[in-house]
Design a protein around this ligand. Structure first.
Ligand SMILES: Cc1ncc(COP(=O)(O)O)c(C=O)c1O
Length: 450
């Protein structure tokens, strides 16, 4: 019998992050200043971020050392197990081998602390004792609350209204780790006030919550901002996932044929897939699939264009796939996949056809999540369930063609705080919402024109 879990020891944990910028087929288009439209320099970003993170954001160095203190905190849950989903294979009666990298074992329950800890560390090193951030599903907010608690930093979290109401326990988790949490849009900031003046019942969006958190940092010298996805340095920190996965496959003498991750802003997918890209560019036959909801089809339906990172146009303008910065998604249950934009690195790789993308409706995604929970035991986060569904689809395709492919997906988080979504699914109350093309066209009229 082969092992269920492929474990590597703490001493085998990667000591450097991998920077995809060094291997991109062409350089990234520069991020632009939201007011002037001119390329951003390090000084423009220094109101928001510590210098070390700005350097990482712009770096082309292939490997970047992980500080000892960050490794020490990582070791509370890393390396995470790579798990053979043999019970799922049996249920599907597929010849494919299915594996998942279990990032749900971190204290907050997702991949997000891989960057939260690093970001809190670099801020602390530069004397910052207060951070502000946004959160969608609550996973990022709780990851940063955990990290700030570890590094003794105060934190304010703007939580998208729909998740704030749907997920009261994520909020309490953040309170336990000492963070302040506000429903966004809030009356606390000018950006929030202006949205509420137009729409007092706004269900919020990540774009709006980002505006509120950025405003806090822009107006206060002693507050920095922290983002849980999209930016290059965030994806850099997440590469511990893919680097460990490669070592784990080496240990059992296998190499994946298909690698799958869900995408909101692209951080768990990027961190999982990027370390495999040099092999793919060198000719290795591996498919890398990003999975998004059809309610927020950024890669599959958006254009590749310069757009603002947030609704109030305070965050930098980036070249990315986008549904328009004033896109307000339907309140689907994958709060973390409701962002209008996409990591510029993931966007470039998609544009170059090095990675693929698919979009899924939420009911079949929950159906797959329940199959996974019944076979492998763990209840996946709704975001993660997008990757589960695509892994199941690929395994069923292998059954049709009788191919023994190796499929691996990133299990980005558990769904223990998403049970109200499961309840709605089990009661047959979830709607499948497809974002209409006309609405995308309408939003795209407001892309920046410089
Ligand atoms: C469990 C989980 N998976 C995935 C995501 C999507 O984010 P990203 O694309 O940055 O990995 C989120 C975002 O909140 C999440 O909580």
């Amino acid at each position: 019998m082969s092992d269920k879990k492929i474990i590597i020891s703490e001493s085998e944990m990667p000591r450097q992050w991998y920077n995809i910028n060094s291997d991109l087929p062409r350089p990234l288009d520069p991020p632009l200043h939201p007011k002037t439209g001119k390329p951003l320099g390090p000084d423009d970003l220094s109101v928001l971020f510590p210098m070390e993170l700005i350097k990482q954001e712009m770096s082309a160095e292939r490997l970047i050392d992980i500080p000892e203190q960050v490794l020490d905190i990582y070791s509370m849950w890393r390396p995470t197990p790579l798990v053979r989903a043999d019970r799922l294979e049996k249920y599907l009666d597929t010849p494919a081998k299915i594996f998942y990298k279990n990032e749900s074992v971190s204290p907050p329950g997702s991949h997000k602390p891989n960057t939260a800890v690093a970001q809190a560390y670099y801020n602390k090193m530069e004397g910052i004792n207060k951070l502000s951030t946004e959160t969608g599903a609550g996973q990022w907010g709780s990851a940063l609350a955990f990290a700030c608690n570890m590094l003794d930093i105060d934190l304010t979290v703007y939580m998208v209204r729909v998740s704030y109401d749907q997920k009261p326990y994520r909020k309490i988790m953040m309170h336990v780790w000492g963070a302040d949490v506000f429903a966004s849009p809030s009356e606390k900031t000018q950006s929030g006030q202006s949205i509420l003046a137009k729409d007092p019942d706004s269900s919020g969006s990540l774009g709006i919550a980002i505006s509120e958190a950025v405003e806090d940092a822009a107006k206060n010298d002693n507050i920095h901002y922290s983002l849980g996805s999209v930016l290059n340095h965030v994806l850099l920190h997440q590469t511990v996932i893919g680097l460990e996965t490669k070592k784990q496959f080496e240990k059992i003498g296998l190499y994946p044929d298909i690698l799958i991750g869900c995408v909101g802003g692209g951080s768990n997918f990027g961190g999982f897939a990027f370390p495999f890209i040099p092999d793919k560019l060198a000719g290795k036959d591996i498919r890398l699939i990003a999975v998004e909801p059809i309610a927020c089809p950024t890669l599959t339906k958006g254009p590749y264009a310069y757009d603002y990172g947030d609704t109030a146009k305070m965050a930098p303008i980036a070249k990315m796939y986008t549904l328009g910065h004033d896109f307000v998604p339907a309140p689907i249950h994958s709060g973390g996949l409701r962002y209008h934009g996409m990591s510029p690195q993931v966007s470039l790789l998609y544009n170059e056809k090095i990675i693929e993308a698919v979009a899924l409706p939420q009911n079949p995604v929950f159906e797959s999540a329940v199959i996974f929970a019944k076979t492998e035991g763990i209840i996946p986060a709704p975001e993660t369930s997008h990757a589960v569904k695509t892994a199941i689809d690929e395994a069923l395709r292998c059954k049709e063609t009788n191919e023994e492919k190796t499929i691996v997906f990133n299990f980005s988080g558990h769904g223990h705080f998403d049970l109200s979504s499961y309840q709605r699914y089990l009661e047959g109350k979830l709607e499948d919402y497809e974002y209409p093309d006309e609405k995308i066209e309408e939003s795209l009229k407001n892309l920046p024109k410089f």
